[in-house]
Structure formats: C-alpha cells, structure tokens
Design a protein around this ligand. Structure first.
Ligand code: AHR
Length: 865
C-alpha cells in the first residue's frame, strides 16, 4: 500500500527534527569542546538488569550523565532478566579503535564476559571466556601491564583463598586486545548525579559523546512513540471529524505472496499440552512428577501429586518398573473396605453427557489377583459411571475398559477402589474421552483443536518456544523421547516449571498438522539451551559438548527420515509402526529459538545446518535471529544467516502497540535476495498485557503491511497460542480455556480473519488521505490480495482511528462480481468480547464504504460472473 498524504514526514526526518529541537538537558554544549572525558560505569545497586552507563566531563570534576543510566550494553549471561548482571565493567579501546568491554557476570560463576563495539552504541556478540572450573570469584581486578591486560581475581573454596591471573591473550578470538594502546589502568571514583561510582575514565573526541547522546535521545524518543495507546486518542485526534480516503487498487502492480503466511505457534506453555490440548484427563498418570519439575523445588510436587488416598497403604516404588523411562509406579494395599486411590485430574475431570471414556491402566499383582472398581465421582459422592477391572498378572499388563456417562459434570475425580486386600502395583492410569479431535486414540481435545483449526493455519510450529531448547543442556527437547508407546516415552521438566508427559509427542503433532491440512514446522535446539537457562549456571553459554554433537546431529537427520523416509527405512518404520506408513512430508525445520548468538551457538548451528544441507538439501532450514527486532542478536543472527546462506530466519518481537503502528515499513526495505523471514513469535503488548480490540486491531493493521511484504515474509505466527485459566505463565495468549470452555480472544479473531482470507497474489494500492499527518495515515491499513484457488479478491481495511473513515474504493481495473461478503470486527479499544459479523454485500465498480471507528473489515468479492 502506498500512502499519499499531504503532510508527509518520514519517520527519520521527524527524529532528526526532534533531535534538533529537543534540548539536550545536562549534556548541552554550545561549542564542540574537542576532547572530553568519558566515564563508563554501572550501578550495582540496580535491582533490575543493569548495564554499561556513561557520563562525560570536560574537567573530570563536573560529570554529566548520559541517560541517566541509559544502558548501552547489558550482560546476557545467565537466567532471565534481573539475574543478567554486569559487575565491574572495564572499558578500553584497542589500537584499531575498537572498543572492548570486559565485565564479571556475577560473583559465583567462574566466567568473564567480553563484547566489542565500534561506536559504543552497537555491540557485537558477547563471549564468556571460562577462566577456570573453580567457583567463588571475588572482586576481579584488571590492570594493564604495558602490552596486555591482566585480569586478576581471587577465589575462595572453603576458607582457602587463591589468587588467579589471566591475560587478555587468553580471550579467544579477541587477539586484537593485545594491541590495546589505552594505558589508563586505574579505575576512578566519580560522582554522577550525586552518587559515587567506580569506573573507567577515557579521553575521547566530543563526537563520540555526541553519538552516545544522540543514541540515547533516539531511544527515548522511540520508546515514547511506541508507548502510544488509544488512551491518548481524545487528545491526539482532538477536533478530527471527517476522514476520507481514496483507495485505488492497481491490477498491474501485483506480486506473488507466500501461501503459508498465516500459521500457528504451539508451545507447551500455560498448560497448553497436558491439561490442555492433549485430551488425557488424568494428571500425573505415570507417577513421574518430581520437585525438579518446578522452579523452586516444590516438594509437594512429587510422584503422588494430584493423587490422594484413603484407607489404603500407598507406596511409590521403582523396582522392575514398566519401562526405564518411567521408573516410578504406585503400589496400593487396602486397609479397610472403603480404601481408595483418587486422582483429581487437571482441576477436576469434566464429563459430557452421553459420551464414552476410555480407561486403561497397567497393573501387576504381588499377592494374587485383585479386582479394582473404577468410578468417576463428584465431590458430593455422586457416581457418574463405574466399571470393574480384574488385575490378574504378576507382570505388568495393560487393562482397559470403556466408561459410559449419561450426565454432564463439571468436576469429578477418578476413584480406584481395590476390592480385596492384596497388594497391587499400578502405573500409567489413563482416561481419555472417546470424542477426541478426529477420534484419534491418544488424541486432542476436540473443542480446542477445532478452535485452532478454524484459523485455517497453513503451518504449525511446535514444540516451542523456549520448550524446544530447554532450561540447560539436560532439558533440551529430544524428539526421540516423545514417540513410541506412551509408557516408553520420557517425560521431563517443562521450562515453564511444570511437567511434560510427552503424551503429546512428535507423532501427535504431525498427525494434527495432517488433520488440519497444515505444514509441520518442528523447531529443534541448535545444540544450545535457552539463553535464559537457570540450571547449570552458564545456561545458554554452554553448548552440547563437541564430542556429542555428531550424535545430536544424527538425531536431527533421523527426524527427517522418521517424517519423510520410506516405511521400510530405520526411522520411517517407526512412523509406520505408529500407524502412519505414508510420509508426513516435512519441508521446513527450525534450528534454534531466538538464541543468543555467540561463538558457541555459531559453531553448533553451522555444523547442524551443513549436515542437513548435505543429507537433505530439499529441507528448508529456518535459522534464528534473536528475540528482538533489532540489537546484537538480530544483527549477528542475520550476518550468520547471510554468511551461511540460510534460506529463512525466524524473527521474534513482542512489542508495544505503538511499535506496530509506526513500523509498518519494517519489511519494505528488506533485501529480497537474502534469507526469507518467518515471523515466528509476535504480539502486541499493552501495559497489563490484556487482549482487547486495541491489541487485536494493532495486529490487524501490522498484518496489512506483512501481507504487502508477503514475498519476503513467508510465514507468521502469533505467540503464545494457548493458556489455561489459573495456570498461565505468559500473557497475552491467543486462546484461553478451562476444562469446559474455550475462550478465543479478540486477537484470535484477527488471526482467523487473516487465515480464512489469505491470498497468494498481492495487489498494490494507493491510499490518499487529504490533510492527514502520520498519526492518521499510520492508523489506516489496506491490503488487497487474491486467492488464486477461488479467484476471490479480498480487501482488508483497518482503522485505528476514533472517527469513521469514508473510503472510496476504486477497483475499476478489475472485473469483479457485485456479490461480496462484508465482515466487520469493530469495538471500543478496551472491549474484549467482540465477535466479527458477516453479511452479504453488493459492490459497484467504484464504491464507498465507511470504516467504523476502531475496526477491521474484510470484503471478499467473487471475480467470476
Ligand atoms: O511465547 C513465549 C516465549 O517467548 C517463547 O517460549 C520464547 O521463544 C519467547 O521468549
């Protein structure tokens, strides 16, 4: 869409203008003072994530903060947010004018951090040279010896204090530091804004300081602009009455766009899988919950979590388990006739009238056969269904029965009552509704799956997100642990601090894709865990050891064979054995998830990428470029992708609403010859993280620009997808649910409208809004696509203005039928319960349509007579 408006300012012109008129408060200097002093420091008192701060001075006495405390560099080492600390940063310049910053990452890990920069604003990747394996670093000291920097520290093990020394020569890859010419070695004590800090004073040209001030001002300007919300609309659009738009659709200015643009991102976050999409109704069916599943080792979270008992002896045993991947099982021995073992399900077990439920368990007897009465009972003791199983085998044996339910119930529990006093071992106690999505055994919850299918997603990304690369090396998601008979799958801790049964595993993901006619898009860790890992100290900074990478890569190649190989191939035969002899037709494979781009990452990603390219050149590998739309990981990720010629990269950005409004040109200038883009995670975030018309419309608006760039942006997926009420770790999400209800958000309807009205050809439009400034033009979005299969033309119109917009649509260059449908999705910005409405609509050759305030309209027109 080309926007023509009379007061047309480019964004950058406005920024320059702003920089010119906004007084640089304390930093303001009338004349270029030539050389000045730059003080680099951090504030250790900062409770949140701190960073490298600057202040400048002409006399080393009066210091002017740039910020104050604007972080020009932040440590990315270790676990989330405030734990990523920068301790005692030391800044210096080498002979080639490259700045280096070395800092300590904390006072416990035996690692320093390093990053380099040409201008102190844009920093290259960070590295974390391990200095030794000992723990307890105390107060690192850095001094210059004449040719090298020496980093000294002392460590304390027990009462013994050891002194260590390392020179900068040891910093791998950064040999340039050896040539450092800056000879100020002492840290100085400087008072900035009334507080005293220790840091490094360097003499620099004023222009370098000016660059820092400009960068800080730009950042302040941007965050103000991006924090715009509709709350200021009354003031912003005071006096605005009639907005008219002339929209001309050009038949000759068209391009092919991706047929896979709208997809979904499925991650097991917010109980999206167990207790959510995965239809299993028994929680902790395998007795494998462990305190280690939770963040702070909650000891109530153990093998008996979600289970309770009365009148029976209950023990957890692991001798001769059902399978080595499922070590624990329960033994029960009745004490009195009312003895029972009860499972509370996931917030209870909901029942639907006239439905069947498949029950199964594994049992082994210790003292002879025993009957087990299986019932579903509510809290008042009302029994909804009951059956008896006769456990007879001394060895593990599966028993199953079907329970029929006549009445619905919101909350029941599973009750197992031994009918004799013999001890019996039980494991893998399972209950599924027969009515799963597409009636698959071990299937998905039908209402949730259908809600997802209604988006008409063209691909499904799974299993994450952070779940894919895990919390530390041992928590990396291994697809092989998730296939095969359920009792042989290996459950593991979910990075979001609960338990993953892996009942919803790779086979089920692929099957779901097939069921909804979506392309599977698995994402595999790039040999490194999540950059925010909290286990193992070093988190992301560790990678799978070099000697294990061959096997790790083979696992990835095996996945491709499992998905696409002949049913007689080694891995293809496992797929066939699971009930799918035909290949799944895997085409896309994500490697990495918004990782920190470090040397450790690059080495492993490159090995994996090269191996896949060699063995399966037809697979489109999707690389990763960090968690933001700019910054070090974005730059370094793109650089690596270009170097390796990775065909596609996964971009992520959760952004304030104003970012989406003011960055609709984000992809316009992308080089079409570089990697294509998968916008794998995005969402509009307002303060308090609601989902409402305002967030939904900002996404609808931005998606008009994404469709315009559908030649370079090949796929998109809003994130996260699902959230179970009262079990939510992340907001906002696309679809909320509880055991009985599915609650799609306003943002869901935007995804659905785009998914159901996708096109394969984009037609350029001119949109002219007389007398409009950018505040207005940036809030009106138009996208016109054609779906080649139906031939239908689809006109999408978005307005985030508080007044109606009268649009005159000129499509005279097309032969269109007058029959159309009009879908309108409109409501107050804070409305959450709005649903789109669709009606028949007649269009003329040129026609007028008035966009309601705060609205998204889809006009779908048949082109055939
Ligand atoms: O979507 C939630 C999380 O956001 C994902 O797990 C992660 O990739 C991102 O940080």
């Amino acid at each position: 869409m080309k926007k023509i408006n009379i007061n047309k300012f480019s964004f950058y012109f406005m920024v320059l203008l702003l920089l010119a008129v906004v007084p640089v408060k304390a930093e303001k200097v009338e004349d270029n003072p030539g050389k000045v002093y730059l003080f680099s420091y951090t504030n250790h008192e900062d409770r949140s994530r701190n960073g490298l701060y600057f202040a400048w001075s002409t006399d080393k006495v009066n210091w002017h903060a740039i910020g104050p405390e604007h972080p020009f560099l932040q440590s990315d080492y270790g676990a989330w947010g405030s734990q990523k600390k920068m301790v005692s940063p030391f800044l210096f310049k080498d002979q080639e004018n490259l700045w280096h910053c070395i800092w300590s990452v904390n006072t416990t890990d035996f690692t320093f951090a390093h990053a380099a920069s040409e201008d102190l604003v844009h920093w290259k990747r960070q590295s974390y040279p391990p200095l030794n394996t000992e723990k307890n670093i105390l107060a690192p000291q850095i001094k210059f010896t004449g040719s090298l920097y020496e980093v000294q520290w002392k460590s304390k093990v027990g009462a013994e204090v050891t002194y260590h020394k390392v020179t900068t020569r040891d910093f791998k890859e950064y040999s340039k530091i050896e040539k450092a010419s800056y000879d100020t070695t002492l840290k100085s004590e400087v008072v900035v804004d009334g507080m005293s800090f220790e840091g490094v004073i360097t003499e620099v040209e004023w222009s370098e300081v000016q660059t820092l001030i400009d960068a800080k001002d730009l950042s302040v300007y941007k965050s103000k602009r991006y924090s715009e919300t509709t709350q200021q609309d009354t003031k912003r659009f005071d006096g605005l009455a009639n907005v008219t738009a002339q929209i001309t659709i050009h038949k000759d200015r068209k391009k092919a766009i991706s047929p896979l643009l709208m997809g979904i991102f499925f991650e097991d976050i917010n109980y999206a899988a167990d207790g959510g999409l995965y239809a299993e109704l028994i929680q902790n069916r395998d007795f494998e919950y462990t305190p280690a599943d939770t963040k702070f080792r909650d000891y109530t979270w153990n093998s008996l979590k979600a289970w309770k008992s009365e009148g029976i002896e209950v023990t957890i045993d692991s001798i001769s388990p059902i399978h080595e991947n499922n070590l624990h099982y329960v033994t029960i021995k009745r004490n009195d006739e009312l003895g029972k073992l009860v499972n509370e399900g996931f917030d209870g077990i909901p029942l639907k009238a006239n439905e069947k439920y498949y029950f199964s368990l594994f049992a082994k007897t210790f003292e002879g056969a025993t009957k087990l009465k299986i019932s579903l009972v509510d809290t008042l003791g009302k029994v909804y269904t009951t059956k008896t199983i006769n456990a007879t085998s001394k060895n593990w044996k599966k028993y199953q029965t079907t329970l029929k339910v006549k009445e619905s119930a919101r909350y029941t529990q599973l009750v197992i009552e031994p009918m004799s006093n013999q001890k019996v071992g039980l494991d893998f106690i399972s209950l599924f509704p027969a009515e799963t999505f597409k009636q698959h055994k071990n299937g998905l919850r039908a209402d949730l799956a259908q809600t997802i299918a209604d988006i008409n997603p063209k691909f499904v990304r799974f299993p994450g997100g952070c779940v894919a690369h895990g919390d530390g090396l041992d928590n990396i998601y291994r697809w092989k642990n998730t296939i095969g008979p359920l009792e042989t799958r290996k459950p593991q801790r979910n990075i979001w601090n609960y338990h993953q049964s892996m009942g919803l595993g790779y086979f089920e993901y692929f099957q779901f894709c097939e069921d909804i006619n979506a392309t599977p898009l698995p994402v595999i860790a790039a040999g490194v865990p999540c950059q925010n890992s909290s286990t193992g100290g070093a988190g992301q900074q560790c990678g799978i050891p070099e000697e294990e990478m061959v096997a790790y890569i083979q696992d990835i190649l095996d996945l491709i064979e499992w998905a696409n190989g002949d049913k007689n191939s080694e891995w293809g035969s496992k797929r066939a054995a699971a009930g799918h002899p035909e290949p799944f037709n895997l085409k896309y494979l994500g490697i990495g998830n918004e990782d920190l781009i470090t040397d450790v990452f690059e080495e492993r990603f490159t090995q994996i990428f090269n191996a896949i390219q060699k063995a399966y050149p037809e697979i489109v590998v999707i690389g990763t470029v960090g968690p933001f739309y700019e910054g070090t990981d974005y730059d370094e990720g793109w650089e690596l992708a270009n170097k390796l010629e990775v065909p596609m990269v996964d971009e992520h950005y959760y952004v304030p609403l104003g970012w989406l409004i003011h960055n609709q040109d984000y992809y316009d200038a992308y080089d079409r010859n570089n990697a294509k883009v998968y916008l794998g995670e995005y969402a509009s975030h307002l303060p308090g993280r609601p989902s409402n018309m305002e967030t939904a419309l900002s996404e609808a608006l931005y998606l008009t620009a994404v469709e315009r760039n559908g030649d370079v942006v090949k796929m998109t997926s809003y994130a996260p997808l699902l959230a179970k009420e009262n079990h939510t770790q992340w907001k906002p999400d696309l679809i909320y649910f509880n055991n009985l209800e599915v609650k799609p958000t306003t943002d869901y309807y935007v995804q659905k409208l785009y998914g159901q009205n996708a096109g394969t050809i984009y037609y350029d439009t001119d949109v002219s809004i007389p007398f409009a400034n950018e505040d207005i033009t940036n809030r009106v979005g138009v996208s016109v696509v054609q779906d080649e299969e139906s031939g239908d033309m689809i006109i999408k119109l978005v307005s985030m203005l508080p007044v109606p917009v009268t649009a005159n649509l000129d499509h005279t260059q097309f032969v269109m039928n007058s029959n159309a449908t009009l879908t309108v999705f409109a409501g107050a910005p804070d409305a959450i319960d709005v649903i789109p409405t669709t009606e028949d609509f007649k269009i003329g050759k040129e026609f007028e349509y008035t966009l309601p305030p705060y609205s998204f309209t889809v006009i779908r027109v048949q082109t055939q007579q």
